[in-house]
Design a protein. Structure first.
Length: 275
């Protein structure tokens, strides 16, 4: 079974560098997908209130026989629940759906700047963390301006910033900002979600050179950049393939070729305007 390296977080805990995402997996399919991932060696699972599959994810975790302390569970606060009291209630609801007494990481899903509630939502996450019900707290899709506001109004720096990140959108400046402030960058949509990355000749050529799939090649690129990454699949063979990226390495020429794929193209919304 593949051993996944752990990435240290700024609060003294650590998270697996490669986990399993369940975005767009229906609740009635989530248990089977998460079970397949756990059997393949994943120990980190990323869900969200928005995804509507916390219950199915929780059933798989509970039925796995894996000790809770060996699992790393992430979920997220949705925009409509932002605000101090509503965040606390939303977190309680997520815990109940997951069937766990705590999560390892709780994230504000989007800054939703026009709502202007992410700072008070963050105060609620601080309380949840202090109570031990979230081992770490962080954000998703936050830009430097949003993070700077948290720094000014809060005593806790987010442990993680989960952002759209793939070879077409490499987020060099935001990754550097995160690193300078002790924040781990986690990539969602790491394979580009239908934007042609996996069919790009640079990717397919490097994959052939190493005898790996295009997806494994891109995931290895993330790993070597130091990103935490959460690929999603419901196909057991691909689930197993995606975690099998720790026994080969890309060379400098490979990394340079993949760096050349940057276009700034998003597959998801712009965090400055999504509310």
């Amino acid at each position: 079974m593949t051993t996944v390296p752990a990435i240290p977080l700024n609060n003294g805990t650590a998270m697996p560098q490669l986990g399993f995402g369940v975005y767009q997996v229906p609740d009635d399919e989530a248990s089977a997908a998460v079970t397949a991932a756990l059997e393949a060696g994943y120990r980190s699972v990323d869900t969200a209130a928005l995804y509507g599959n916390e219950e199915g994810t929780g059933r798989a975790l509970a039925g796995s026989g894996i000790p809770r302390e060996d699992l790393f569970v992430t979920t997220k606060l949705w925009n409509t629940e932002q605000g101090y009291d509503t965040t606390l209630r939303a977190f309680d609801t997520s815990l109940a759906r997951l069937g766990t007494e705590y999560v390892d990481l709780y994230l504000i899903h989007w800054p939703a700047p026009a709502l202007d509630k992410y700072a008070e939502s963050w105060q609620a996450l601080e309380r949840i963390h202090e109570e031990g019900r979230a081992k770490a707290v962080g954000v998703s899709n936050f830009q430097p301006a949003h993070l700077n506001r948290l720094f000014e109004e809060s005593g806790i720096v987010p442990a993680v910033n989960q952002i759209e990140l793939h070879p077409r959108l490499q987020q060099d400046a935001l990754r550097a900002f995160d690193a300078d402030n002790g924040i781990v960058t986690e990539a969602w949509s790491p394979l580009g979600r239908g934007n042609g990355v996996l069919d790009d000749p640079a990717v397919t050529g490097i994959a052939a050179k190493h005898g790996r799939s295009p997806a494994q090649t891109v995931l290895r690129w993330h790993v070597q950049l130091g990103n935490v990454v959460i690929p999603k699949s419901v196909t057991p063979s691909r689930i197993a393939e995606n975690i099998d990226v720790f026994d080969f390495a890309l060379d400098e020429a490979d990394m340079a070729a993949l760096a050349g794929l940057e276009t700034g193209e998003r597959v998801g919304p712009d965090p400055d305007v999504l509310n």
